[in-house]
Design a protein around this ligand. Structure first.
Ligand code: GLN
Length: 547
């Protein structure tokens, strides 16, 4: 059975617990171990699928169709291990399972309580797939002391107690604030945070301390003494210019060694860090820069498009250029002149999204890119809007639009070239949906196969004719318009295997104009950039060389 590392946070949120977990995963892999990462979130939503990106950043979709926390994206990008439905859980899901069991009568008349019923459910979640890997890294969302996090902390305490000694360790991430007036780094908040943790029965083995200043030896010793950890288990986490330096930085600080020591694994296998050294070299030594506009709705919060920003960075690394991303609010610029807002960019990306707000701006962005021959990548809603644009301006359907916006407005205003999906094939069965279904978990979700047309641009980019990509959508481009659009130069170059759902469109008379119904960004890694992002940035680089 796997060894477990539980990762908790204290003092403040947003310290980069997900990143620390992901980097530790990468370092254990570099030493030859297999890993899986897992996230436990204390909020009451059953999953983040129904949360606005403003609340919680992007929703990360797994191959098996789970809508999960964006930290799972970090895990995949750093380890290359595809996350599963069973790698993400929230209080909401745990409680809904417990309540379902109660209704079914599974508890045989017992009083249902947080301990043991909720904690047992959490422990069962932790055990899934434990035989498959050497290390299971489990991150608890939120910070110690949060009321809603308590059942999770109690469950991991019990879990470690149930297992043989030495098979579980606890790593706690905190902040050492810098007080400029006195010129000091303060250890007191960390001491309090550890005290809080110990009061609920968890003694951390490793302390990871975020700090904007170098942590002096004296402070490390103080932390070790007051928090009851070994001095070499006090690990500094300094601010980095790129998150992809994290594995090397944590290795330098001795995190992986401290973890292996805590498990008593000796001698520790030597790490092979060449993958991360290459990533480092590409990130810090670019040979040029490209400017790419992301025309979206959630542009005030970059986390809303986390995987897209990362995939663009990976594409830049593959081409040895720095990608400068600029966020353009679709809503603001739809009132103004598209050319003025989009002038000077080397490529334009329109990401996924929901609802009508900002969509006329996205349509303008697609038109600008198509007519000015600027590379365009439309993802999900970004593809649908590119099709609407082509339908209006190439095929002459002036009222072309998406049924999504008509549903929202409660009246019919558009000719629906994008319509609500009622059924589709998944594996060997048909999935059916109604317009008034529950919102949670009912989209076309997860990995689906697409066949690419022989000789198409996408087939050339992917280097294959069959691909598998992750989806998250309710609406779909209507095949009824295929002929009209293809006659005007928008080819349907990727299709579902049954030939019913358009997965990719491309403008043939254009250097690089591609719309995809799926989310390629979810599968890109720094050491294995996604082919579409790699080639999109290459096309942007070509444009940058012309101007
Ligand atoms: N709102 C669109 C749909 O449901 C697009 C979804 C998305 O961009 N992820 O089909």
């Amino acid at each position: 059975m796997a060894r477990y590392v539980f990762i908790t946070g204290g003092v403040v949120s947003s310290l980069g617990k997900g990143l620390a977990s992901a980097a530790l995963g990468a370092l254990l892999q570099a030493r030859g171990f297999s890993v899986r990462l897992r996230k436990l979130d204390p909020y009451l939503n059953v999953d983040p699928g129904t949360m606005s990106p403003f609340e919680h950043g992007e929703v990360f979709v797994t191959d098996d169709g789970a809508e999960t926390d964006l930290d799972l994206g970090h895990y995949e990008r750093f380890t290359g291990v595809a996350a599963r439905n069973t790698d993400s859980v929230s209080s909401g899901r745990i409680y809904s399972t417990v309540l379902e069991k109660e209704r079914r009568g599974d508890y045989l008349g017992k009083t249902i309580q947080v301990i043991p019923h909720v904690t047992n459910e959490i422990k069962d979640f932790l055990k899934v797939g434990a035989d498959e890997v050497d290390f299971m890294l489990c991150e608890i969302g939120g910070t110690v002391g949060d009321i809603e996090g308590l059942p999770f902390f109690e469950a991991i305490r019990q879990f470690a107690q149930d297992r043989p000694r030495g098979e579980c360790i606890f790593m706690h991430l905190t902040l050492l604030p810098w007080i400029a007036a006195s010129g000091e780094l303060k250890t007191k908040p960390t001491q309090h945070s550890v005290k809080e943790l110990r009061s609920i029965g968890i003694a951390p083995d490793i302390l990871v301390c975020r700090s904007e200043k170098l942590i002096p030896q004296k402070e490390r010793e103080k932390l070790a003494l007051f928090c009851n950890v070994r001095p070499d288990s006090v690990i500094a986490a300094y601010d980095l210019k790129s998150i992809y330096e994290a594995p090397l930085a944590y290795h330098r600080e001795g995190l992986d060694q401290a973890v292996l020591d805590a498990f008593g694994i000796s001698p520790a296998p030597r790490p092979n860090l060449t993958r991360w050294e290459d990533v480092y070299d590409r990130i810090y030594n670019p040979e040029g820069e490209v400017r790419i506009a992301i025309v979206g709705k959630y542009t005030q919060l970059e986390d809303a498009y986390k995987s897209i920003a990362e995939a663009l960075t990976h594409g830049g690394m593959a081409n040895r250029v720095k990608v400068r991303i600029e966020w353009v609010d679709a809503e603001l610029f739809e009132r103004g002149d598209a050319a003025a807002s989009l002038e000077g960019f080397h490529a334009i990306l329109v990401p996924g999204g929901f609802g009508e707000r900002g969509t006329e701006g996205k349509i303008k962005a697609a038109e600008y890119a198509r007519t000015r021959k600027i590379p365009y990548l439309g993802i999900c809603l970004g593809m649908q809007m590119a099709v609407v644009e082509a339908a209006r301006n190439l095929a002459g359907l002036a009222t072309a639009g998406s049924e999504e916006f008509d549903h929202e407005a409660g009246k019919k205003r558009f000719e629906p070239v994008v319509y609500h999906l009622k059924e589709w094939v998944q594996g060997n069965h048909t999935v059916a949906r109604r317009v008034d279904d529950n919102k949670g978990g009912t989209m076309r979700l997860g990995a689906y196969t697409a066949n690419l047309a022989e000789g198409s641009k996408v087939a050339e980019i992917y280097g294959t004719n069959v691909i598998e990509e992750r989806h998250r959508h309710r609406y779909e481009v209507d095949m009824a318009y295929r002929k009209a659009l293809e006659e005007k130069g928008m080819a349907f170059s990727g299709m579902s295997p049954d030939g019913r759902l358009p997965e990719i469109v491309e403008v043939t008379d254009h250097p690089w104009f591609i719309g995809v119904q799926f989310h390629p960004e979810l599968k890109s890694k720094p050491f294995d950039p996604h082919p579409l992002f790699k080639d999109f940035v290459r096309a942007a680089k070509d444009v940058s060389r012309l101007v």
